[in-house]
Write a protein that binds this ligand. Structure first.
Ligand code: SF4
Ligand code: ZN
Ligand code: ZN
Length: 323
């Protein structure tokens, strides 16, 4: 039995269970792009945005976001500027940057490439090495997240973009929110939204894939044949609460198609009725960026890491002389 596209009758590529449609590659791609467009419209993601910084890591989500957003942004007269960061995670970063650059070129989008090591004097491999050695309080991914957020924001300010777009999908947002709630960090609930309006020097954040799942996003990049990096970062934790939540939610989604989206919309409704207080912002004494502490987390990490690198080079120099 060959499944046929419900719209054109050609061979089906996938079935969208909650809308009871079988779709060929072309019609699936259109379906996905329409969903992204609807998210942008419904949550007014382009309101007051003339120039948008699109952050692409080279993974399937951010690549999908760029391809799906480009034609619609053009129609809305929103100018896109790409950003990708070389985090310095060996081969993984090299391949990721290549995939991101390919996506920018294919979409004819100008882009910035920030090399963490060249620009700030440390990389993620150094962070990972020292997380254990120095018994740092958080995991590698948490520092990586703060590095990315910092660079996204700084690049947007420097290049006069009105907003930053990231490829977080429905699974990311739900699992992040539920994890935050389980650990009592209720104020993080606000990051569930497809849009967080900027304050002070914190640039507006938008998440155009907020209503699309991991699976739907993967199917989209496959349907258009876009290349993305399929390597897993070596620092991905083997087990985490967030990963477990995604697995469990996906099991429920499989049994009850549409569950994730319904849950997401309900949580947004709850959020709208809740007053979530975020702490006051000050300006980092070192870099002037908005921060909740006197010195921002990025500057603290940077000084700690560059100090460690300095010590290491002196150590090797001394040993070298001895030999
Ligand atoms: Fe960064 Fe962790 Fe993602 Fe690797 S897995 S890129 S360290 S956040
Ligand atoms: Zn079709
Ligand atoms: Zn700072």
């Amino acid at each position: 039995l060959v499944l046929r596209c419900s719209l054109c009758g050609s061979r089906a590529f996938t079935r969208v269970r909650y809308s009871r449609l079988s779709l060929c590659r072309r019609h699936y791609a259109e379906f996905f792009e329409r969903r992204v467009k609807n998210t942008v419209e419904r949550y007014r993601l382009f309101k007051n945005v003339k120039r948008l910084l699109v952050c692409v890591s080279g993974g399937k989500d951010s690549v999908a976001m760029l391809y799906a957003l480009k034609p619609y942004a053009e129609k809305c007269n929103v100018e896109l500027l790409g950003l990708t960061i070389d985090l310095g995670i060996g081969d993984y970063s090299k391949r990721s940057v290549e995939a991101a650059v390919e996506a920018f070129k294919n979409n004819d989008v100008e882009y910035l490439l920030v090399d963490l090591s060249a620009e700030y004097g440390f990389d993620l491999d150094t962070v990972a090495e020292n997380v254990e050695k120095l018994r740092m309080p958080k995991g590698v991914c948490s520092y990586c997240g703060s590095v990315k957020r910092y660079i996204f924001n700084k690049a947007a300010l420097d290049s006069e973009c009105d907003a930053v777009a990231t490829g977080h999908n429905l699974d990311d947002l739900l699992s992040f929110t539920l994890t935050s709630m389980a650990s009592g960090q209720v104020d993080l609930l606000i990051k569930l939204q497809p849009k967080n309006r900027g304050v002070d020097r914190l640039v507006t954040r938008i998440r155009p894939l907020a209503t699309l799942t991991n699976r739907e996003t993967l199917l989209y990049v496959m349907s258009i044949g876009a290349s993305y990096v399929d390597l897993e970062c070596p620092y991905t934790p083997e087990r985490s609460m967030q990963k477990t939540i995604v697995e469990k939610l996906s099991e429920i989604e499989h049994r009850y198609p549409g569950f994730k989206l319904a849950l997401y919309k309900s949580l947004l409704r709850v959020l709208r009725k809740t007053e979530v207080k975020t702490g006051p912002l000050v300006h980092c004494e070192k870099c002037g960026m908005p921060s909740s502490t006197r010195i921002c987390s990025f500057c603290r990490l940077k000084s700690l890491m560059t100090e460690r690198i300095g010590e290491k080079t002196t150590e090797t120099r001394v040993t070298a002389r001895r030999v």
